[in-house]
Design a protein around this ligand. Structure first.
Ligand SMILES: [Zn+2]
Ligand SMILES: [Zn+2]
Length: 167
């Protein structure tokens, strides 16, 4: 804690924020034991299930939203003291500035990629619209295109993960 050392920090591999067992709701995937924020994991499974293939964000073992366990920690002492000291740690201005700088570099590098992907998405949508217009009875083609759309959404999710995660 002194000097903002990051040795032994536990983080959520979805949002890359610290895991704070006593003040946050945490869940573990029961198959592999990896731990995440409850909200992060729920959102992950929402995205996963739209692609019909769920896996652990860390080790890629396949799992489903039912393979999670809520974690409960026992503590001694006043938990208010803990919240206070963690907040002080979070507000280390030097560390925050460093994080902001790293993120700015990342945003610059990735925004042009996002632009390109946005154009491709528009092309796919144009194709979907024209095909649907030509032959609305061809359900096979349309569902195939839906899968492409889902794939692209998943790509965006992963993109956002990269964007908001820091190394
Ligand atoms: Zn998280
Ligand atoms: Zn895992």
């Amino acid at each position: 804690m002194i000097g903002g050392t990051s040795i032994g920090k536990t983080i959520c591999s979805i949002c890359y924020e610290d895991l704070k067992p006593l003040v946050e709701d945490l869940q573990a995937i029961s198959i592999c034991g990896h731990v995440f924020h409850e909200l992060c994991l729920q959102q992950w499974f929402e995205y996963c299930s739209s692609a019909k293939k769920c896996s652990c964000p860390v080790c890629k073992q396949s799992c489903s939203a039912s393979n999670v366990n809520r974690l409960y920690f026992q503590s001694v002492g006043d938990s208010n003291d803990l919240i206070l000291s963690q907040n002080v740690e979070d507000e280390d201005p030097r560390e925050l500035r460093g994080q902001v700088q790293r993120l700015e570099v990342k945003v610059k590098g990735l925004s042009s990629l996002l632009e390109r992907q946005g154009k491709e998405l528009k092309d796919v949508n144009d194709q979907v619209n024209s095909i649907a217009f030509l032959d609305t009875s061809n359900i096979g083609v349309i569902s195939g295109i839906e899968e492409i759309r889902v794939g692209i959404s998943l790509f965006y999710f992963i993109f956002l993960l990269i964007l908001f995660g820091c190394d």
